[in-house]
Design a protein around this ligand. Structure first.
Ligand SMILES: NC(=O)c1ccc[n+]([C@@H]2O[C@H](COP(=O)([O-])OP(=O)(O)OC[C@H]3O[C@@H](n4cnc5c(N)ncnc54)[C@H](OP(=O)(O)O)[C@@H]3O)[C@@H](O)[C@H]2O)c1
Length: 427
């Protein structure tokens, strides 16, 4: 059997589980690939840190870059997670030294994926990153292999388990955003600093990778329509419930008039739709393509188990000699697709205004909306007499982003409106 040396850099949540999975599955991997794999190098920041698995100290490399040039190492696994710095250096050096690379690092791939894939192609080695998008769902391989000849038109996904857990749990427990976030952190579903999960950036990184694989484009850099879930309050969840809707943070990428339109934002979705019933930490992806039609994939998006499963599938792909272009086609054939003007995007909106409860405020709001040609489909007023306040919820007919953005700016100056209105787009 061919001997293959593996170097794992990063022994945290994912690295330590992956190490154990390799040891447990060594025989199975040998049977399936005809190779004899051995972990010949590991590295992390702190050599003295207590780990939940045992390894021989002699395979620990203080400088992770030494693993990338070690002749015994054929495959380097990067599991640190920075978008630049040491993570980029490791991947770059390993590829230049003709080592295959596997990474779970969406931040790195969404930022430097074009450059790194070109480097992998030049050096005739693999760069695999299945674990960077929805760990438990083999979505990248599905796009690269299973649906390889399809013309994909649109991808819709619940791509962040943390925010999906928070929204589902707020609905179930009727607890505030803050309380539920706290519970998510205790349960290990949210990081100590959950900013990227909550502000939409994590989903954006994944959407950019999905676009590149779906539409054969270079990773887009343009500003897309983006908002996270930080401004969603229990009031919105309750109101959605009353309207037979549910709030989900979606990542959507599609081609409109030959232009790329990527967006990440909370959506109000009818409760009987498939995507609104993906709850908790689950992820789901809906693909629309020709000739396949609609294809739906669902699974756990994060955590050490699903992520290790994706890393192992990358490993087996390399061991089977499946050397391919990292983004499905040769780098020099990938296009730059122009971005769709997000201001033209038109949709119905849910707007919640927190106002002072005094006469004339409602008509001020409706007049302003009319000035911007935003017509009202439904209006609900919820008074809070004790605090002399009221919530006004308005569902609009379709209006474009240019109008709604300008209109919301105007409301900022209105002293009767207590805080910036909450906007959620209807799906
Ligand atoms: N956690 C998830 O559910 C999940 C899901 C999908 C993808 N991912 C991706 O998987 C990757 C790893 O995530 P994780 O959750 O395992 O992170 P983590 O628990 O924070 O582990 C990071 C590891 O990197 C090591 N490290 C940090 N700086 C280093 C340096 N300068 N040199 C060498 N090692 C260094 C740390 O060393 P010490 O242990 O010594 O501190 C630690 O072992 C990231 O790209 C993440 O986005 C994670």
């Amino acid at each position: 059997m061919k001997k293959i040396g593996i170097g794992i850099i990063g022994l945290g949540n994912i690295g330590s589980r992956f190490y154990k999975e390799i040891i447990t599955n060594k025989r199975e991997i040998g049977l399936k690939t005809g190779t004899n794999i051995n972990i010949v190098g590991v590295s992390a920041k702190n050599i003295n840190k207590k780990r939940n698995f045992k390894f021989q100290k002699k395979i620990f490399f203080k400088n992770p870059l030494d693993i990338t040039k070690n002749p015994k190492v054929n495959i380097v696994i990067e599991l640190i997670g920075l978008s630049d710095g040491i993570s980029k250096k490791i991947v770059e050096n390993a590829l230049k030294n003709k080592k295959h690379v596997i990474t779970a690092n969406k931040a790195l791939i969404s930022k430097h994926g074009d450059y790194l894939s070109l480097l992998a192609e030049k050096n005739k080695v693999n760069l695999e990153f299945e674990a960077s998008v929805c760990g438990g769902i083999p979505i990248l391989r599905t796009l690269k292999d299973g649906l390889a000849t399809n013309k994909i038109n649109k991808v819709i996904g619940i791509l962040n388990g943390t925010s999906n857990y928070i929204l589902s749990e707020m609905e179930k427990s009727k607890n505030s955003f803050k309380k539920v976030l706290n519970k998510a952190q205790i349960l290990g579903f949210a990081e100590t600093n959950p900013q990227f999960d909550l502000d939409g950036n994590d989903v954006l990184a994944k959407i950019r990778i999905l676009s590149a694989l779906s539409f054969n484009n270079k990773i887009s850099k343009s500003k897309c329509l983006m908002s996270g879930i930080e401004n969603i309050e229990l009031k919105d969840i309750d109101m959605a419930n009353k309207l037979n809707l549910r709030i989900k943070l979606l990542g959507i990428t599609e081609i409109i008039n030959n232009k790329l339109f990527e967006r990440v934002h909370p959506c109000l979705i009818k409760k009987d739709k498939y995507i609104s019933n993906i709850n908790g930490v689950m992820n789901a992806v809906i693909l629309e393509g020709v000739p396949v039609g609609q294809s739906v994939l669902q699974g756990e998006g994060a955590g050490s188990g699903p992520t290790s499963s994706a890393l192992l599938s990358d490993l087996l792909s390399i061991l089977r000699g499946n050397i391919k272009y990292p983004f499905g086609i040769s780098s020099n054939k990938r296009k730059n697709i122009k971005s769709y003007d997000k201001n033209l995007y038109s949709n119905s909106l849910y707007l919640r205004f927190e106002v002072k409860d005094k006469p004339g405020v409602l008509s001020e709001i409706t007049k302003k909306l009319a000035n911007f040609k935003i017509s009202i489909e439904r209006l609900i007023q919820i008074p809070d007499r004790k605090n002399k306040k009221a919530s006004i919820v308005i569902i609009t007919h379709k209006t474009n982003e240019r109008n709604s953005t300008k209109c919301l700016q105007v409301f900022k100056k209105n002293k009767n409106i207590i805080k910036n209105p909450t906007l959620i787009r209807l799906f």
